[in-house]
Design a binder for this molecule. Sequence first.
Ligand SMILES: Nc1ncnc2c1ncn2[C@@H]1O[C@H](COP(=O)(O)OP(=O)(O)OP(=O)(O)O)[C@@H](O)[C@H]1O
Length: 316
Amino acid sequence: MEKRLVFIVNPSAKNGVSKKIWNKLNYKLDNIPYEVFYTKHQKHAQDLAHSIALSISDPILMVAVGGDGTIHEVINGVVSFQHVTIAYIPAGSGNDFAKGYKLPIKPDECLAHLLQMKENEGVFFDTGKYTNKTGQGHFVNSLGAGFDASITRRVNSSFTKKWLNFLGLGKLVYALFMLIELFRYRPTTIYLVINGVEYTFERAWFVTISNQAFYGGGMKISPLADPGDGELNITVVSEISRIMILFIFLSVFWGGHIKFKAVHLLKGTDILIHSTANIPVHADGEFAGETPVQIKVCPHSWKLIKTYENVKQLIA
Ligand SMILES: Nc1ncnc2c1ncn2[C@@H]1O[C@H](COP(=O)(O)OP(=O)(O)OP(=O)(O)O)[C@@H](O)[C@H]1O
């Protein structure tokens, strides 16, 4: 049976650029049957995705159009629905999901790719499931606690992101807020319990739990993370001066930070993060409350459209 083609469009992503991208693309769907839903507020993409998955029992290709927040919400809505395959048209300021899952970035190429691969069987990937006082949810890119979540909280609640997006400089927003937070943030002791073993990190800046390599608009925080390996990759940065944090963040763009002594790399499937003072948490760049937070991997819990890379691997 042919898959139903459903688009979930966040018209507000990247200050409305997403809507413009969608308006250009839908002309190219002239003779192709599809349905489209527009998000109206936060978490709407998740509710829409969930109710579509419940109401349509035929196989669905569900395409998120927006930024990392939009794809995060859509996947949260359909985790464990075996008849839904996800595709994505990146139209946000960061687009870490597209990079991490090796999807095309340009809207025209994305559309051509998803139409070409529509009827192929998708590929299963993991999520990380987090639970804290605020609630629970899944992340597909990464979850962070501490300095990076503090940056995320400021970025998402500020008008600067809107202005920089307006000027076409949206990618700079994290760098700018990182500089501001660098002088404000106070490192804490972070405790991690990974698969039952406790680790203590004094004067820790942040811990990131990665499902795939990229975060924060193209930073390769966890170069070895593989979203289909059934494990989560952990990066902790501790006992380092404010100036050295800057060098670490510069080197994150090519993954060079892993050579620093202050950067600790671990792996696990079941992780508890707690700290002396409660610190902010983000999930895929969306604010997600504070520590303590429990994280468990959900292996192969959602399906992504086959990429050209998968096809190359099959041929090789
Ligand atoms: N109609 C809407 N109006 C305002 N906000 C919305 C609307 N629909 C969805 N949202 C919210 O917009 C937020 C930002 O979306 P998204 O992350 O996709 O775009 P972005 O911030 O431009 O991109 P990126 O995360 O890649 O930087 C999400 O938290 C989402 O819940």
